[in-house]
Design a protein around this ligand. Sequence first.
Ligand code: SAM
Length: 190
Amino acid sequence: MRDLNLSQGVEYSHLILEKYLEKNDIVIDATVGNGNDTLFLAELVGENGKVYGFDIQQKAIKNTEKKLIENNMASRVDLFQNGHENLKEYVKNNNISAILFNLGYLPGSDKKIITKPKTTIPAIKDGLDLLIKGGIVVLVIYPGHEGGKKEKEKILEYASDLDRKKFNVLHYYYLNQQNKPPEVIVIRKR
Ligand code: SAM
């Protein structure tokens, strides 16, 4: 028997995306941060795919740009220093396969600059409009930090109310761990 090493939040989000995405897909990284997820997505969609990336912090955009250039992936990614709540202004495509929101604060930076429900929820809503049939929004939520608990509650409220005829909603989280580990929500457009 092999050891089933149950994944934590980010790892689980990557497992889902890896299983689902194909070369040439068009995706959005709604919070590029240090660019780890952007690079991962850029690899999955291949040289003819496209990643649109958003972050409000210049540092995040610079870090991500650097990572992409070092890995020869810059040409398949369009980066915008803007809030994901404005994504419809920049992404005119409505054939998006997946949108990743890795929420919270930028690791190694100002922990006061965090994602907030009043912008996260409209961004999810707009993102769902842009998805193709079968497309997914993947959210990694951090209830352990200040602001993260409230954001989780608001997202759960919103996602639980989505019309079941239009969307499937999955919630992945540990029941018996300490320190409020990250959780993942996947919304699939039917
Ligand atoms: N995906 C990143 C990575 O792989 O390194 C980690 C993202 S980090 C957990 C969350 C990011 O969300 C921060 O860089 C923060 O600046 C960004 N952020 C906060 N509010 C935002 C908004 N309204 N729109 C886009 N990004 C936002």
